[in-house]
Write a protein that binds this ligand. Structure first.
Ligand code: GLA
Length: 384
């Protein structure tokens, strides 16, 4: 039993009376395919061994009681009075609300949670919070919703109270992850395939820039709107229904004037990243790691220059990685505007790379970056 399993169990026993069930809900990495889940693209995520642990039990009342160990904060609400609140509470309340919308028979419960995903790191602690609660409620109240239905429920939950118009990648990876595998997820048809993550002497290293921007969620929603605007312009003049129907970014050129510079850049990135991800998934399966890594660098360039979701700190970390002989690919990961870069680093040089990049980053930005060696894991599940 690991520390956090014990911790949520122990704190639950101090605060509540029943014997709880215990669940683990993972964060995720994404190898490539950023900001294209909400544009009908393919993405290549995996669930990881960092996440959120839940202790939950029904309490035979109409009250929902939460205690978040990491914030030392608790709150209670009557199930019939659930409404939008603020900050982290919205992720939990919104999940309960989605069960109510589906008319599932949810009753009162007690819940203690704690996690080890650093906030704002781009490893999707929000999907881990949503997914863990959704899985647990489904289990303790015998709803029998399948995991993909739960992932879609969690995505709607994130759209609703937290008001982030996210794609399906994070919630899907959280629910459907498979240890030692990545998921090739077709976000248009919500179909997926697993393949083994074989990195031949390399490891996935995340470097946390420790910067996060308060406007990240509004900038995220803005990117999504810009893509919709661009697609609408193309749809009006052609038979194209989705970014998937566009063969190359050059096909966007006739629409450049109507789109304007910014929307054009966003659409160019989307079309390029969609092709890149399909190619990258092929390369990874053939274990052509060097070529795969080159596509990661290209993806970062696009995220930085065309999609404009990077920042000076992330650009610096990727640039440093590019120069380091042990690294075969690096890019920002997740929504951007801070959080982590994902790096594929040769096993034998992980320590050397970690200390060099930390020192260089500290010297440049006076920020102590954090380094994580992550492993893939199964999706959300019951531990005890
Ligand atoms: C966030 C969102 C995802 C996805 C990524 C960017 O993590 O929740 O749906 O759009 O950003 O790829």
């Amino acid at each position: 039993m690991n520390d956090l399993t014990q911790k949520v169990q122990q704190v639950f026993a101090e605060k509540f009376s029943a014997t709880p069930s215990i669940y683990f809900s993972p964060g995720r990495i994404n190898l490539i395919g950023e900001h294209i889940d909400y544009n009908d693209g393919y993405v290549l995520p995996a669930a990881i061994d960092k996440g959120v642990y839940f202790a939950i039990a029904p309490n035979k009342s109409d009250l929902v009681n939460f205690y978040a160990i990491d914030f030392d904060e608790s709150f209670s609400v009557k199930i019939a009075e659930i409404k939008k609140d603020s900050s982290w509470k919205n992720y939990l309340l919104s999940v309960v609300n989605e069960f109510l919308i589906l008319k599932q028979n949810i009753r009162g419960f007690d819940c203690v949670l704690s996690g080890d995903i650093p906030q704002g790191s781009g490893m999707s602690s929000s999907a881990a919070v949503e997914g863990g609660l959704a899985y647990a409620l489904d289990d303790i109240f015998d709803c029998n919703l399948d995991p993909v239905t739960l992932a879609l429920l969690c995505q709607r939950a994130e759209h609703n109270f937290p008001a982030v118009n996210c794609g399906i990648m994070d919630q899907f990876a959280n629910m459907m992850g498979k240890r030692d595998h990545v998921i090739l997820l077709d976000c248009k048809n919500i179909t997926h395939r697993y393949f083994p993550l074989q990195l031949e002497g390399h490891e996935i290293i995340l470097v946390n820039s420790k910067v996060s921007h308060s406007l990240a969620s509004s900038a995220y929603n803005e990117r999504r709107r810009q893509c919709e605007e661009g697609l609408k312009i193309i749809k009006e003049a052609t038979a194209v229904q989705s970014f998937r129907d566009i063969a190359t970014w050059e096909d966007l050129l006739p629409f450049k004037d109507k789109m304007g510079d910014i929307v054009f850049k966003r659409c160019k990135y989307v079309v390029q990243e969609m092709k890149r991800t399909v190619e990258a998934a092929d390369l990874l399966q053939q274990q052509k790691l060097y070529e795969f890594g080159q596509l990661m660098y290209e993806a970062h360039e696009g995220l930085s220059k065309l999609y404009e979701v990077s920042c000076a700190e992330l650009d610096f970390l990727v640039e440093f990685a590019t120069q380091h002989p042990a690294v075969i690919g690096a890019r920002l990961m997740g929504g951007g505007f801070g959080g982590c870069t994902i790096n594929i680093v040769h096993n034998s040089l992980v320590d050397e790379f970690s200390s060099k990049i930390k020192n260089a980053y500290l010297a440049k930005f006076t920020i102590a970056a954090e380094i994580y060696r992550v492993k893939t894991s199964d999706g959300t599940g019951k531990l005890l």
